[in-house]
Every structure is written in C-alpha cells, then in structure tokens.
Design a binder for this molecule. Structure first.
Ligand code: 8YV
Length: 315
C-alpha cells in the first residue's frame, strides 16, 4: 500500500506542476478519471484529496472508488467537468481557481476583438509574404473603438472585459440573470435583444448543462452582418453548428474563438473560416497566471489536508 493523501488527476498537468504538488504532499497519479481504478484498493483508501486538471468528466464512478475523498480541487475557474451534484451528495467539497485568471482571459477577449477587426493575422502574412514590399497595401478593415458590445454573463471575467472595452469608448450592453449595478451599461433581459443591439457579442458565461447553447441560432442571426462573436467561456455555451453556418454564409462578420466543443479536435469546418480568429484555449495561458492557478489549487489541497477552511469552495 502507498499512503498518498493526494491524487494528482489529469494528463494536462505539466511535469513542473506535478513536481510542486508532489513536493508538498505524498501523491499518487492518474492520467484520467478512467485510470483511477488501476490504483490498488489499499492506495485508493488513503486518498483524501484530488488535484484535478483537464476537461474529462469526473463523476460518481470515480468518486466511489475513493472512500475517504473529501476534496476535489480544480485547476481552473470553470469546473463544468466535475459533477458537483455527485460530489455534494457524497460530502465531497469542490474548489476552483477564480479571480487569478480574470486579467488574462479579459486580455485575450479584447485581443481577439482587435485582431479580428483589424485583420491582424492576414496583416502579418501580408508583410512576411512580401506582398506589402511589392507595393500592395492591406485592404482597409474595421474600427473597433467607439462601437457597441454586448457581454453575455457579467460575472468577474465579464466585468473585467467590459471595463477594458469602456476604455475603448465602446457602448456597453450586457445580459445576466439579473440587472447589476454598473456605470451606465445597458441591461437586456435576453440574449436575442442584446445581440440585436450590438456589433460585438462577447460570451463570458460559466459552462455546464445550464448554459448549453445559451447563445442560440436566433441570437447569432440577430447579430446581423456586422456582428462579431467572441467566445472565451466554453464551446458549449453557443450553438456551434449555427455559428459555423453563419460564418460560412457570411450572415455575421466574424468571430474570435478561444473555446470549442470537443477540444482540441475541434470541428474541422472551422479551419476554412477566414473571418474567424481561432485560439487554442489559451485564455489563462500565461506563465504568471498558470502559476497563480496552481498555487491556489495547492493552497486548497493543503488547507483540506490540514483540516483548515478552504480558500475558494464552490459547494
Ligand atoms: C483551464 C479554463 O482550466 O479556468 C478555466 O475555466 O478554461 C482554463 O483556465 C485550463 O486550460 C486548464 O485546463
């Protein structure tokens, strides 16, 4: 039997992240929830906390293999891969890593808006290919500052995006479950009304069943031919088929997407969509922020194993 109070769960952990967790606590490792059954029964009985990273569903079947599990500490603010209902029913706490990634995710949202509007990916190719040197100028593109934006989901990240866009002199609209206290931003009770009112629609929702296809085909159509969809949340929050069709048919102007269904093997139709900027789910992907996320995850694990209060519980 190996006495390991911590289970490091997920092939997504870097070797450095794994080493830091292992330096703090005696740990076992499984690459995915399906692989936990390969640990011996005696070892599984010693596990009190999981440090989880990744997007593979983690539910009752895995939890029931770990009779002394008291905590699942997620690496990430979004914990839609973890079945929190299953966890709560077993008295298992779940934590996430909120706030530390807000800046980076908001930055990538704004970055994709500018890159999409100003055609920066094509601009880079224009220079490198010698087209510019040959005397041809990049076709004029589109001004973003001063236009209108609709934020879907005015949580911590949505608000940081709106704050940034306010500095771009944009007219800010938003949709959330309820009206919030804001500077002078316009509230919309539904997404279709929001999409009708704006040029850019930025999705900053939480993932999971409740927000599946929250941005519907109707909302995408309501954006119209100047509409640009930006998604930094989860691929599941928008009707992806309808989005691909709208981009292919040119019924909206474009998109900036950091998240997709079935990452990283995304729908291959995306590869041919010239008006979309595609990013490999790198919203929180800076050295600084990933380090802060790892530290917060470890702090939750350490608190649980020491019998102290959790820092960022979600249930
Ligand atoms: C991922 C994210 O957690 O925090 C989130 O919700 O989507 C990301 O930061 C990260 O890719 C690790 O899986």
């Amino acid at each position: 039997m190996t006495n390991t109070p911590l289970l490091i769960l997920g092939a997504a952990f870097s070797s450095e992240e794994r080493a830091r967790l292992e330096a703090a606590h005696s740990a076992s490792f499984s690459a995915a929830p399906d692989a936990v059954s390969e640990l011996s029964e005696a070892t599984r009985a010693t596990i009190k906390a999981i440090a989880f990273k990744g997007h593979t569903p983690l539910n009752a079947a895995t939890m029931d293999l770990l009779p002394n599990l008291g905590l699942i500490a997620n690496y990430g603010v979004g914990y839609d891969a973890i079945n929190v209902t299953d966890a709560s029913a077993r008295g298992i706490k779940v934590t996430n890593t909120p706030d530390v990634l807000n800046d980076d995710v908001a930055d990538i949202a704004v970055g994709m808006m500018i890159a999409q509007s100003r055609n920066m990916v094509a601009g880079d190719a224009w220079v490198r290919s010698g087209t510019w040197a040959g005397g041809e100028n990049l076709p004029l593109n589109r001004k973003m500052s001063g236009s209108s934006v609709g934020i879907v989901g005015l949580g911590r990240i949505g608000r940081d995006i709106a704050d940034r866009l306010a500095a771009f002199k944009m007219d800010i609209h938003y949709h959330a479950r309820s009206e919030k206290e804001t500077p002078n931003w316009t509230y919309h009770a539904d997404v279709v009304s929001l999409a009708t009112a704006v040029d850019y629609l930025v999705i900053a929702l939480v993932g999971g069943k409740e927000t599946e296809k929250y941005v519907s085909a109707e909302a995408i159509a309501a954006l119209g031919p100047r509409g640009v969809v930006i998604n930094i949340s989860r691929g599941s929050t928008i009707d992806e088929d309808a989005l691909i069709k709208a981009l292919a048919d040119g019924t909206i102007a474009g998109a900036g997407l950091d998240v997709f269904n079935d990452e990283p093997k995304i729908d291959e139709r995306f590869y041919d969509l010239k008006t979309a900027i595609l990013q490999p789910h790198q919203g929180s992907g800076t050295v600084e922020t990933r380090r802060a996320m790892a530290e917060l995850q470890l702090a939750n694990v350490s608190a649980h194993l020491a019998g102290k209060d959790l820092l960022t519980p979600v249930n």
